[in-house]
Design a protein around this ligand. Structure first.
Ligand code: TXA
Ligand code: MG
Length: 316
């Protein structure tokens, strides 16, 4: 009989073993403050190929490289003064910076899908930091979900989506931010918002002197920008204050006291961000259409609404 592949659930104390798996070219899902990432050695082309395969991710969609500090980032890419300033303000944390690669970067070319730039992030989660320190090199890590599905914010979500396809999941409990990092690129001295996320435009403006420029033109530079993404199996309706009888209603705030699920009964946007994907995962178990209440669009609410629009978009 063929052996059933197993995925090991690792406790935080087993981080040295997780690093050993990465050195052996295996894949380990790791908690970060945003969402769980599917980590592999970014210098090992086979490990990187395995990441794309496990997620069913198209090869043209580049990965974020996770590092233990700005010094490691400077070794891989040329950081502009603006990028450095942002790194100083927000790293470690939920910000990803896209910068031109150095020639001697040593990464597998597939990590950047052959682009001349690389996406870099220094995560803040203590277990991610411990894993990066124990491994001692750059780690490629997309969100640890099958491509196009809801991102994972618990080890159980990773198991449900990728169990049997990866070596291990390092269990760090629920991710505190709950939404992916904000991605910024740079163009002629301007910071360009490639993906809304854990760091709000208001927070970025406080450092940049102005909010980042919205991306113009139709060209997809970050496939997080593909319209249908983060999709539950069932249909999702937005800005619903009166759900239909057959819908499962996800509320926001005290006005939605009757809702089966509520992103934040107190109407707190940070709480709503941290519970968003877990709530969509739960609603998705009901095999019923989903209706969701309006969520205010300021601060991290902008990133919540971005994910909701994509989750509700017609499927490709
Ligand atoms: O919070 C996060 O960013 C999580 C955790 C695990 O760190 N990671 C994450 O990775 O969300 P992923 O692969 O799901 O999304 C990475 C995004 C994609 O939309 C990809 O297209 C974009 O980053 N990206 C990667 N390299 C890029 C590059 N050189 N230029 C523009 N976009 C890039
Ligand atoms: Mg993703």
């Amino acid at each position: 009989m063929e052996k059933t592949p197993q995925t090991a659930l690792l406790a935080p104390a087993e981080v040295a073993y997780a690093a050993q798996l990465l050195r052996a070219g295996q894949l380990v899902a790791m908690p970060t403050e945003t969402v769980y990432g599917l980590a592999g050695d970014a210098r090992n082309a086979e490990a990187v190929a395995a990441i794309f395969k496990a997620k069913g991710r198209p090869a043209h969609n580049p990965l974020i490289v996770h590092l233990d500090g700005t010094e490691a980032a400077e070794k891989l890419a040329h950081l502009s003064d603006q990028a450095r300033k942002l790194a100083e303000a927000f790293w470690p944390g939920a910000l990803t910076l896209v910068a031109p690669l150095r020639t001697d970067h040593g990464l597998a070319d597939s990590v950047t899908a052959g682009l001349p730039t690389v996406a870099l992030r220094v995560p803040a989660h203590p277990l991610a930091r411990a894993l990066l320190a124990a491994f001692g090199g750059p780690v490629a890590a997309p969100s640890a979900n099958p491509s196009g599905r809801i991102s994972p914010t618990t080890a159980a979500h990773v198991m449900a989506g990728l169990g049997g396809r990866i070596a291990a999941v390092l269990d760090g409990g629920p991710c505190p931010v709950g939404l992916e990092s904000t991605i910024l690129g740079f163009e002629g001295g301007d910071a360009i918002l490639l993906r809304e996320g854990g760091i709000s435009s208001e927070q970025l403006a406080a450092v940049l002197g102005q909010p980042p420029r919205e991306r113009t033109g139709a060209k997809i530079t970050a496939p997080g920008q593909m319209l249908s993404h983060y999709a539950p199996q069932a249909n999702l309706r937005l800005n619903v204050t009166k759900p239909d009888a057959d819908e499962i209603w996800i509320g926001f705030g005290p006005e939605c006291a009757g809702a089966a699920l509520n992103l934040s009964p107190d109407g707190d946007l940070d709480e709503a961000a941290s519970t968003l994907f877990a709530t969509l995962h739960k609603a998705d178990l009901m095999a019923q259409p989903i209706a969701i209440a309006p969520v205010p669009d300021h601060g991290i609410g902008a990133a919540i609404n971005d994910r909701l629009r994509r989750a509700a978009a017609p499927r490709a």
